[in-house]
Design a protein around this ligand. Structure first.
Ligand SMILES: [Zn+2]
Length: 610
C-alpha cells in the first residue's frame, strides 16, 4: 500500500543514522530481501543429478539394506575372506541396481521428489523389517496400503519418529539444501546413457563374478529379494498397481452359475442361520482348545469354549468340535480372506484368478441364501462386493467402542434381532479384529487382562516377549468369550431357528520366536505359528435335519477329523455342504460334512440293494 510506505519513509530518515554515513549508504544500496535470499540460495552447492543418484544408492546400500545383507550373509564365517568378498559384491550390486532404477526415474525436475519419496519409504521399511522381520512383497504392501486408519495409528510410535528423524530427516535436509545442477539437454542425455550403461555393466559383471554363491542364495532363499530396499517397494507397488488395473479392467467373473438349493430346503421346518466367524491373527499354538494336540501346548486361553466342549452331550445343547490341524491359505489377511472364500484355495493358488472371480458368497446368494457381511476390521477384501455388508459402528454399542475402534462383542450387537426375524436360509459372516497386532492390549476389555503382566504398548519392542505373549493370550481369552456368547445366543433360539457357527482364523502370528513378530512372511518360509490356525464348529440340534444329513451322523464324522490335517481349502465346500447348496463347483472330497453324506449314500445303497 503506497500510503503506508510513504508514511514510514520519514520515520526511517529520522533515526540517528546520518544520511551521508557509509552505513546509511550501504543500507540504502543493499538489495531487497528477496534478492538477497536469491543470492544466498544461488550459493548453495549445485550437484548433478547423477551424483545425487549415486549418493542415494550408496546411502541405501548401507542403511535400508542392512537386513538384506545380514540375511544374505547369515551362516558365513566372519574370518572367511570369501565371505567378505561376497558381501562386498552384494553391496556393489545394491549400489548398481538402485543407480540403474533411479537413472530411469530421475531427471533434473523429478530427482528431488523421487529421492525424497523413496528415502522416506525406505526408512519406514527399514524400521519394520528390523522391528518385526517383515518382507515387503506385493501382498505385504497391499496389506499395508489397505490398513484401516485406526490400525495404522497403532503402528506409529516414538521409536519410529526417532528412527525417521535419523534415516529420513537428515537425508531430506541435505536434499533440500543442495541445488540440482542445470545442464544442456544434449549433455544430460549423454551422461544419463553413460550412467545407465555403467550401472548395468557393473551389476552384470559383479553378478557374474559371484555367480555361484549368488545363484545358490537366490535359489534357496528367493524371498530375500523382498529385503532389497527400496527396489522391493518399487517392484511390489508396480505388481499391486498392475494387478489392480487388471482387476478393475474386468468385472468379477461369475462362478457357480448353476448354484441351486438342495432337496433339504423344501423339507425344512425352521429358518436356517449359519454364522461364519472369520477370526484375525489367532494362532493354533496358543488356542486353549488345542491342548493335547501333537506339538501344541497352549495355556488355558479358551475357558468358556472348553467348558462347553467338556460338558456331557445333552438334549438341546448342540455340539461343539475343535479342529486342531488347520493350515491357513496365506500369512496375511489380504491373501487369506479372498482365498478362504474361493473354490481353489491354497492347493491351486492363483491370486489373479481369485481376485478376478466372484466368491463363495455370490454363489450362495445365487442359490437363494441371504448373505450378510458384518465387519469389525479392514473390510471384506472384495469377497462381499455387491452384497449386503456393514461395518460395526460405535453407535451400535458405545460401551464397547473407543477412538473409532470397537471390541469384537459389538459384532453380536444385532444377533438376537436377526434370530427373532430369521426367515429362509441365511449366512451371517462376522469379520473379527481378533488378535490384530501389534496392539494386542487394545483387543480386550480390562476384565480379560488375566495373563499378567501384559504388554500395553503399541511398540512391541518396549515389552518383554513374555508380556507380548500375555497380551496376545488375553486377546484370545476375549475371542473365546465372544464365540461362546454367540453360541449361547444361537443355542437359546435353537427351538425356532436351526443354526451353526463356524469359526476359523485367517492366519497365525509370530510372537518373538526366531526374532520374528507379527505375520505376513512369504508362505514358503513362514514358520508354523503363522500358518496354523484354530477352527471350530458348533451345530444346533436341528442342524443335521436342516442340512439334509441323517441325524446323529455329523458329530462322529467330525470327531474323526479333530486332529486331521485340514486347511482353509475346505471352507468353501463345507459351507456349501452345511447349507445344502448344489453346484458343480462343490468338491465332495473337501466338504467336511461329506463323511456324513457318504454314510447317507451307503445307507441308501444298502437299503435299495435287492
Ligand atoms: Zn489377518
Amino acid at each position: 500500500m503506497p500510503g503506508w510506505r510513504n508514511a514510514r519513509m520519514p520515520l526511517r530518515r529520522s533515526t540517528a543514522l546520518d544520511p551521508a554515513s557509509p552505513r546509511f549508504l550501504a543500507a540504502a544500496h543493499a538489495p531487497p530481501w528477496h534478492a538477497a535470499l536469491r543470492q544466498r540460495l544461488a550459493r548453495r552447492p549445485a550437484v548433478p543429478v547423477e551424483v545425487l543418484v549415486l549418493l542415494a544408492s550408496a546411502g541405501w546400500a548401507f542403511s535400508a539394506n542392512l537386513p538384506f545383507l545380514r540375511a544374505a550373509l547369515q551362516g558365513r564365517d566372519a574370518g572367511d575372506a570369501a565371505a567378505w568378498g561376497f558381501g562386498a559384491a552384494l553391496v556393489v550390486m545394491l549400489l548398481a541396481l538402485h543407480t540403474l532404477l533411479l537413472a530411469l526415474l530421475c531427471n533434473r525436475w523429478t530427482v528431488k521428489p523421487v529421492l525424497a519419496l523413496l528415502t522416506v519409504a525406505a526408512a519406514a521399511a527399514l524400521f519394520y523389517m528390523q522391528a518385526f522381520g517383515i518382507y515387503l512383497d506385493p501382498t505385504m504392501l497391499r496389506n499395508l496400503l489397505r490398513t484401516h486408519p485406526a490400525e495404522a495409528r497403532e503402528l506409529l510410535s516414538p521409536a519410529l519418529a526417532l528412527h525417521m528423524a535419523v534415516y529420513a530427516g537428515l537425508p531430506l535436509a541435505l536434499l533440500a539444501w543442495v541445488r540440482v545442477a542445470p545442464r544442456r539437454w544434449s549433455r544430460a542425455l549423454l551422461l544419463r546413457a553413460a550412467l545407465l550403461l555403467g550401472a548395468a555393466a557393473v551389476l552384470l559383471g559383479t553378478g557374474l563374478a559371484v555367480f555361484q554363491p549368488l545363484s545358490s542364495l537366490m535359489r534357496n532363499q528367493r524371498e530375500l529379494r523382498y529385503l532389497v530396499t527400496p527396489a522391493n517397494l518399487l517392484w511390489s507397488a508396480g505388481a499391486v498397481v498392475a494387478a489392480d488395473a487388471r482387476g478393475a479392467a474386468r468385472p468379477r467373473q461369475p462362478i457357480g452359475q448353476d448354484a441351486a438349493p438342495g432337496p433339504s430346503w423344501a423339507a425344512r421346518q425352521r429358518p436356517l442361520l449359519l454364522v461364519l466367524v472369520v477370526g484375525e491373527t489367532a494362532r493354533a499354538a496358543n488356542w486353549g482348545l488345542n491342548a493335547g494336540a501333537p506339538g501344541l501346548s497352549p495355556r488355558a486361553t479358551t475357558p468358556e469354549l472348553a467348558q462347553r466342549l467338556q460338558q456331557p452331550p445333552s438334549a438341546g445343547q448342540g455340539a461343539l468340535v475343535n479342529f486342531s490341524g488347520v493350515q491357513s491359505c496365506g500369512t496375511n489377511t489380504e491373501t487369506s480372506l479372498p482365498c478362504m472364500f474361493a473354490p481353489v484355495g491354497r492347493r491351486d493358488y492363483d491370486e489373479t484368478r481369485i481376485r478376478g472371480q466372484e466368491s463363495l458368497l455370490h454363489v450362495l446368494a445365487r442359490a437363494g441364501v441371504q448373505v450378510h457381511w458384518r465387519d469389525n476390521q479392514s473390510g471384506c477384501k472384495g469377497v462381499c462386493d455387491g452384497l449386503p455388508a456393514e461395518t460395526v459402528q460405535p453407535a451400535d454399542a458405545p460401551a464397547l467402542c473407543a477412538d473409532g475402534r470397537c471390541l469384537d462383542e459389538a459384532l453380536l450387537h444385532d444377533l438376537d434381532r436377526r434370530l427373532d426375524n430369521a426367515q429362509g436360509t441365511q449366512l451371517l459372516v462376522l469379520h473379527m479384529i481378533g488378535s490384530h497386532g501389534p496392539s494386542y492390549f487394545r483387543r480386550y476389555p480390562a476384565a480379560f487382562a488375566r495373563f499378567q503382566p501384559d504388554c500395553r504398548e503399541d511398540d512391541l519392542r518396549r515389552c518383554s516377549v513374555e508380556q507380548v505373549a500375555n497380551a496376545y493370550d488375553n486377546s484370545l481369552l476375549y475371542t473365546d468369550h465372544v464365540l461362546a456368547t454367540a453360541i449361547a445366543r444361537l443355542q437359546a433360539r435353537a427351538g425356532t431357528v436351526d443354526s451353526a457357527l463356524l469359526y476359523v482364523s485367517d492366519h497365525g502370528e509370530s510372537l518373538g520366536e526366531h526374532g520374528l513378530f507379527l505375520h505376513g512372511l512369504p508362505y514358503a518360509i513362514a514358520p508354523d505359528v503363522q500358518t496354523r490356525v484354530p477352527m471350530l464348529a458348533w451345530t444346533s440340534p436341528g442342524l443335521e435335519h436342516a442340512a439334509g444329513l441323517p441325524g446323529g451322523c455329523l458329530q462322529p464324522a467330525w470327531q474323526r477329523l479333530k486332529a486331521a490335517p485340514l486347511a482353509h481349502d475346505q471352507l468353501f465346500h463345507t459351507v456349501l455342504g452345511l447349507l445344502d447348496v448344489r453346484t458343480a463347483l462343490h468338491d465332495p472330497a473337501l466338504d467336511l460334512t461329506q463323511g456324513c453324506r457318504t454314510a447317507v449314500t451307503t445307507v441308501t445303497t444298502a437299503s435299495t440293494t435287492p
